[in-house]
Ligand binder design. Structure first.
Ligand code: SF4
Length: 423
């Protein structure tokens, strides 16, 4: 069989996942040389498939997206198939949405769904294609048999982050360094624990530093981490391990020097409010460059917070924001509007808390609740706001006190609810 070609359907929605998977291919001696094409948009995907097919194929087209983008990506797959539909081309889809809804995703037109993390799976997929064996034997994939029955292969074992680079260094495809995967919390609206596991797996300090030094060598000036909860670095459970956080931050700071920027507890990650203590803030201030912190608040109602299993109350959010201000940080507090079971009094409590927070100098990062596949809340009503609440939020935004995609997410929530699979 000729060498397979890997084509990433390289939309913004799955960009960093493709960088990680490219790094995984680079990490093994027998997959390092496989051609990888980053093809953004239908025409480029078609062109990227055509070239290797002319040389004999096969072609593995990789897709990855989040639930809000599923409809668009399914439409793009259909458009690609209209231009090129050849048995030597396999459309493999991974990511949280496909992992949560494999059957629906397969019936939407994909050949195979990769459930869970993809680093080992993509290496193995290339080996199987090279050997001319059927990809439906791959561990961790779900496929449709000829009679339409769903075939689920057992998932591969969870990996350790140090085994793989955090991005695709040889291809010059970079991203934030993932320091922690999985989450011990079980917030009922969140896809992370289901997708990446309900325990923390941390990249070692030595390994993070190695990749930070690599990025310094490539001229990077900003260094960001990817983690579900920043102050949980090194922890095994809910209690932070500040010694581990300090070892990480001090080590990376030493490697990158004082002239470069180190971001911690900010995009694309955040901090849980109960982890915010004077000691933690002093540590972040000492080593990190950011003077804003993103706090997960979600609601001002203790009832709604308890129902969503957030593991903290509203007073903790307020206390964390006050501590941030005291220590010279601007708190950016995430809120989720329209959470399941929310009643008028709960909404009042959320808006009152937001008012108190912005009065102290905080900013609100507004989201609308999405009933995401794979989560305990997947069948809940989509998040919705009244006209009056929308007006209040727009007023906050016009004063620069609120930002976020909450309006667009209100529409997306409706689409998700319409498109979800039957129970
Ligand atoms: S919302 Fe954050 S803390 Fe909660 S389960 Fe998801 S990643 Fe973990």
């Amino acid at each position: 069989m000729p060498q397979p070609t890997v084509v990433w359907a390289y939309r913004r929605t799955g960009k960093f996942a493709f960088h990680v998977l490219t790094g995984a291919l680079e990490a093994a001696a027998d997959t390092r040389d496989v051609p990888v094409v980053f093809a953004n948009g239908v025409d480029r995907v078609v062109a990227a498939i055509d070239a290797p097919l002319a040389g004999g194929g096969p072609v593995l087209v990789g897709w990855s997206f989040y639930s809000p983008d599923a409809a668009q990506m399914i439409a793009e797959l259909a458009a690609v198939r209209r231009s090129v539909d050849d048995p030597r081309v396999v459309h493999l889809v991974g990511g949280v949405h496909a992992s949560a809804e494999p059957e629906q995703t397969l019936r939407a037109g994909f050949d195979l769904v990769a459930v869970g993390e993809g680093e080992r799976l993509i290496q193995e997929a290339v080996r199987i294609l090279r050997d001319g064996r059927p990809l439906c034997d791959l561990p961790g994939v779900v496929s449709l048999a000829a009679d339409g029955a769903v075939r689920r292969n057992p998932r591969a074992e969870r990996l350790t982050l140090d085994e793989f680079p955090p991005f695709g260094p040889d291809h010059g495809r970079y991203g934030p360094i993932e320091i922690t995967r999985g989450c011990v919390y079980a917030c009922r609206f969140c896809q992370t624990p289901f997708f990446a596991g309900a325990s923390f797996r941390h990249r070692s300090v030595e390994n993070v530093r190695r990749w930070a030094r690599f990025l310094v060598g490539r001229g990077f000036r900003d260094f960001r981490f990817l983690t579900p909860t920043s102050l949980s670095y090194g922890a095994t459970g809910p209690e932070p391990d500040l010694a581990a956080v300090e070892a990480l931050l001090a080590g990376v700071r030493e490697d990158i020097g004082e002239g470069r920027r180190l971001w911690f507890g900010t995009f694309p990650s955040e901090v849980r409010p109960e982890h915010v203590t004077p000691a933690a803030l002093q540590l972040v201030r000492r080593y990190a460059s950011n003077r804003a912190l993103i706090l997960g608040g979600q609601s001002g109602s203790d009832r709604v917070l308890a129902k969503s299993r957030r593991g903290h109350d509203a007073a903790t959010v307020e206390r964390a924001a006050a501590l941030c201000v005291e220590h010279g940080f601007v708190p950016h507090v995430d809120f989720l509007f329209g959470m399941p079971g929310e009643e008028a009094a709960d909404v009042d409590a959320t808006f009152a808390l937001m008012d108190r927070l912005v009065g102290r100098g905080a900013k609100v990062h507004g989201h609308t609740f999405l009933p995401l596949p794979g989560t305990p809340f997947r069948r809940a009503a989509p998040g919705a706001l009244t006209a009056e609440r929308r007006r209040q939020l727009r007023a906050l935004a016009s004063r620069g006190q609120l930002y976020g995609q909450w309006e667009q997410q209100e529409r997306t929530a409706q689409e998700l609810a319409r498109g979800r699979a039957a129970p």
